[in-house]
Design a protein around this ligand. Structure first.
Ligand code: FES
Length: 150
């Protein structure tokens, strides 16, 4: 007789990072799908938001994610030179540089924000990026600086 797995409730005292992941539809979102269909194991802490291009991610989206309680924000797009819209990821890279400066100015650890390049064929890389990011955010602990009081 086969036994059914039992689910144990999560321990509320264990910090589980909440990560918002803005993923380009043409590459990183497909990379995350590949990781899923390939049954790769990686933490489920990242909430994916598919965007048309990493260049379309406004710094306001990133600050808003932190304000709504994210402990970390990931932006992932096509490799440089592979952007579906040619230069979107170059624009993203410039914006990201400014966001990092702004976050550091307001006292948020720069490691709470990350950018990566993951293609549609790189499911394993996507899983690795998320795993490393979750591990680093776990080390930093909860983000409270920008989180709105409710
Ligand atoms: S289309 Fe993927 S980063 Fe621009």
């Amino acid at each position: 007789m086969a036994s059914t797995p039992t689910q144990t409730p999560k321990d509320p005292s264990v910090f589980e990072p909440r990560i918002v992941a803005f993923l380009c539809k043409w590459c990183s979102s497909a990379g995350s799908d590949l990781a899923g269909v390939s049954r790769m194991q990686y933490p489920s802490n990242a909430v994916p938001i598919t965007v048309m291009c990493s260049g379309s991610v406004s710094p306001v989206y990133i600050l808003s994610a932190f304000n709504k309680g994210a402990d970390g924000v990931l932006v992932s797009g096509c490799h440089p030179g592979d952007c579906h819209y040619l230069k979107g990821n170059y624009f993203a890279r410039r914006k990201i540089f400014l966001v990092q400066k702004l976050l550091s100015f307001i006292g948020i650890e720069k490691d709470r924000f990350r950018m990566s390049w993951v293609s549609a064929a790189e499911g394993a890389k996507f899983a690795q990026v998320v795993e490393e990011f979750v591990r680093d955010i776990r080390t930093l602990g909860p983000q409270r600086k920008l989180k709105a009081k409710r």
